[in-house]
Design a protein around this ligand. Structure first.
Ligand SMILES: [Zn+2]
Length: 294
């Protein structure tokens, strides 16, 4: 009996996580964003595996998984732990796609790719940012400088074109380029099913416009507006975004817990993308007004 207990205890300690993390990023919001969050099923084979303030989504299949975004550099081990907590193997991630090449969504990609050997795919501009380990020079936030913007570079990145569908085993995920928040901003769509009820899932990139001092969108505001219109028109039953608060994830989780299976799932909302886009458009109009000031 004692031997069994000793073996069990040794067993626990003999299997530490093999995940290797890169040097953590430092920023004002980093600690709050990176607070651990319990993973949860969004719908069907789509799971939230990110942190309190940063989304990472796992779409699963028996033939391998897709991971969307990997948070900060220091989010990667939390994402790994969340994937394992759900009973999946992180090593089964075959494809990693990225919403945009900022340190708070792309920072963990390098460690994730090293751990899984997965293909990393992103829009041309986001791929360029991933290879640089810093946002591109035409990015609204580029002027904040490398210390703020930098993250571990990802050298091996596949470029996805607009409306291209990527496959990983039996999974297919489609990219929609929505430049604005960053020049490489991308929304991803796929279907998740429960029984024969299949829903349109949308991971829509940030529609906010923070920028370094002196940056002006100018003519690119036209493109940004078009991007928001694209988000509004996507086939959409469930919308998620790189920062969970942008699409009220905590509120929906609270409502879901209150309902405990009785009543409609608060995550399912055919108007979710339109509401997210409307909020984005309101912010953009304020930005346009601000830029118009002499
Ligand atoms: Zn960003």
């Amino acid at each position: 009996m004692l031997r069994l207990v000793v073996l069990c205890v040794l067993g626990l300690y003999a299997q530490p996580s093999t995940f290797i993390t890169d040097t953590p990023h430092t920023c004002g919001d980093c600690a709050a964003w990176n607070k651990a969050r319990e993973p949860f099923k969004v719908y069907g084979n789509t799971y939230f595996v990110g942190t309190d303030g940063l989304s990472a989504l796992l779409v699963t299949s028996d033939a391998g998984h897709v991971l969307l975004d990997a948070g900060l550099t220091q989010s990667a081990p939390l994402i790994d732990a969340n994937i394992r907590k759900l009973g999946f193997k992180t090593a089964d991630v075959k494809l990693i796609v990225v919403s945009h090449g900022h340190f708070d969504h792309a920072g963990g990609v390098h460690a994730m790719q090293r751990h899984t050997g997965a293909t990393v795919a992103a829009s041309e501009s986001t791929a360029a940012a991933l290879r640089r380990g810093e946002n591109t020079t035409d990015d609204p936030q580029f002027g904040f400088g490398k210390e703020f913007n930098g993250f571990p570079p990802v050298t091996d990145v596949k470029v996805i074109r607009d409306r291209e569908a990527l496959t990983a085993g039996t999974l297919a995920i489609k990219a929609h380029l929505i430049p604005g928040h960053s020049p490489g901003s991308t929304a991803y769509t796929w279907q998740s099913c429960e029984g024969n009820r299949c829903l349109n899932m949308v991971y829509a990139d940030s529609l906010t416009s923070p920028s370094a001092p002196g940056f002006k969108y100018g003519q690119r505001l036209v493109e940004f507006r078009r991007s928001i219109e694209i988000v509004a028109a996507l086939p959409c039953d469930i919308v998620l975004s790189p920062h969970p608060s942008f699409t009220q994830v905590d509120e929906k989780l609270r409502k879901r817990a209150e309902l405990s299976g009785k009543g409609p799932d608060p995550f399912i909302d055919a108007g979710g993308c339109r509401a997210y886009a409307a909020d984005g458009m309101k912010r953009l109009e304020a930005r346009i007004a601000q830029e118009a000031k002499p």
